[in-house]
Design a protein around this ligand. Structure first.
Ligand code: GLC
Length: 490
């Protein structure tokens, strides 16, 4: 698309000059509603730290703090051939990873499949059959006619699961808009393995993995300063390494207190009690109309799945409740469809390089059939900035809380997910919030640095499967259920 307006200047103050007064007033109100200042950020982090602790305790709390049975970081000497299956929110990916003899090296072959939208609200059988279809296709394509030994699979299943063992996981609840009957409360591994067996596929689930844990392990493989793995995508969450002695809820297992164990925080569920997050009326509607009201309060304000919807709800509110303020005499029927705008719509607005917001104007016309005035475009631009900035600043609170809880002064944080990789200014806004929360001096460099992660659900999943098999070999069987079956994979 070729624009004709002049390029935007760094400061956009001047461009508000010809915005009508009532729209300026409205912009001001939105700024007040969506801005999260330093004081509030610090309050959120203080509460967050307490909730992380609570999740590790016997009583539990809002944040599940799931024990993953990943007992330590890779050394770089892990070896073998592994399959990885990543059931993300949007895509499905199958990989074959060979961890080679050379330290820290690997080869990867992969295929991507679309996750059909209707599967998210379909039946449990349809889900497992579809996952098995993808694995089967992959194997038939890459190993046609070969006689295969059973391959260990690292299954990245990025939903909250209670794991008594690494090769086991009871789905606590669906998140990210999934709503498939008959899976919550069940161990997903046997459900899936049954379908694999029925098809005679030579595959054994060696580890059930969360995307954050995979990200943590894959990133630490190449960077020893990596302490936290994060996802800022369709959902938000983080994993980090804890000492068994700091996890009271597994004290009964009498493991050595200094033994490391990765914790999948599932902190999208932070503040489900609504004590500290600055929720707006729009956040309340998102929650009310979601398949799981009362769940994932933090995620619903920060994750990619919801950013476009928050934006849409604000616009609909202004159209309906402030007659004549915006989009007067326009057909707004397309805008009225829930979840019709995703985070990429906001990203495109924030990326519009033109002073006259020409690309935003074209976007509204093309996607929504709305012809917006200059003032309306300015309001939309500011609103996108406010929602994107709020998400980035709140997201930083989760990272800061883990650092505070673990007394980490400086470290690297491996991050992945569509919002982190694609949303404009997300990284810089998050880094600024960390600076405010953690009180770094103006002349001090960033000490906690959030950087792009290695491929967690591919390499990370393979590494975790390899670490598990190495433990089977060494007879270190804490948190492994099918050690007998796994021996046949060695
Ligand atoms: C949701 C899931 C969590 C996952 C995150 C990022 O919060 O519950 O398991 O890590 O999304 O994908």
């Amino acid at each position: 698309m070729v624009g004709i307006g002049p390029r935007r200047r760094p400061s956009r103050k001047g461009s508000m000059a010809d915005v009508p007064k009532d729209l300026l007033q409205q912009i001001k109100e939105l700024e007040d509603l969506f801005t999260v200042d330093t004081v509030k950020l610090k309050q959120i982090v203080d509460h967050f730290v307490k909730e992380l602790e609570k999740g590790l305790s016997v009583e539990g709390g809002n944040i599940p703090m799931n024990v993953t049975w990943v007992m330590g970081f890779p050394t770089g000497h892990e070896q073998g051939t592994f399959l990885a299956l990543d059931m993300g929110g949007t895509n499905l990916r199958v990989c074959e990873i060979v961890l080679t003899e050379e330290k820290g090296e690997f080869d990867i072959t992969q295929s991507k499949y679309r996750m059909p939208e209707e599967l998210k609200t379909g039946t449990s059988e349809e889900l497992w059959e579809y996952l098995a279809d993808c694995l089967q296709q992959f194997i038939e394509y890459h190993h046609d006619g070969e006689k295969l030994h059973t391959l260990p699979l690292g299954f990245t299943f990025s939903y909250p699961a209670t794991q008594h063992y690494i090769d086991h996981g009871i789905l606590q609840r669906w998140t990210k808009g999934f709503d498939i009957d008959g899976v919550e409360g069940k161990d997903v591994v046997p459900l899936f393995e049954e379908v694999l067996k029925k098809r005679g596929l030579p595959i054994k689930v060696a580890a059930l993995i969360n995307d954050t844990t995979g990200t943590l392990i894959a990133s630490s493989y190449t960077d020893p300063e990596m302490k936290i793995g994060c996802i800022f995508g369709t959902g938000v969450n983080a994993a980090y390494m804890e000492n068994v002695g700091s996890v009271p809820k597994i004290a009964h297992m009498n493991l050595p207190p200094d033994m490391p164990v990765a914790i999948n925080c599932e902190y999208g569920a932070f503040d489900n009690e609504h004590v500290v997050l600055p929720r707006t009326q729009y956040d309340i509607i998102i929650d009310r109309d979601s398949p799981r009201p009362g769940q994932q309060a933090f995620e619903k304000m920060t994750a990619g799945l919801y950013l476009g919807e928050i934006f849409r709800l604000v616009l609909i509110d202004l159209i309906d409740n402030k007659p004549g303020l915006i989009f007067e005499n326009q057909d707004t029927s397309k805008l009225r469809k829930p979840y019709s705008l995703d985070a990429s719509f906001l990203a495109a607005i924030e990326e519009d390089p033109f002073e006259n917001l020409q690309e935003t104007e074209e976007l509204f016309e093309r996607e929504l059939g709305i012809k917006a005035t200059k003032g309306e475009l300015e309001l939309c631009r500011r609103l996108a900035e406010l929602i994107g900035t709020r998400a980035a600043r709140l997201s930083a609170c989760g990272v800061a809380a883990i650092c505070k809880k673990k007394n980490i002064e400086s470290c690297h944080v491996g991050a992945d997910g569509s919002v982190f990789t694609k949303y404009p200014h997300f990284k810089a806004r998050g880094a600024q919030a960390l600076r405010e929360i953690l009180d770094w001096k103006p002349d001090e460099k960033d000490k906690v640095i959030i950087t792009a992660a290695e491929d967690g659900s591919g390499v990370g999943a393979a590494l975790i499967a390899a670490l598990t098999l190495d433990r089977v070999k060494a007879g270190n069987l804490a948190g492994i259920r099918d050690a007998g079956d796994m021996k046949t994979l060695l």
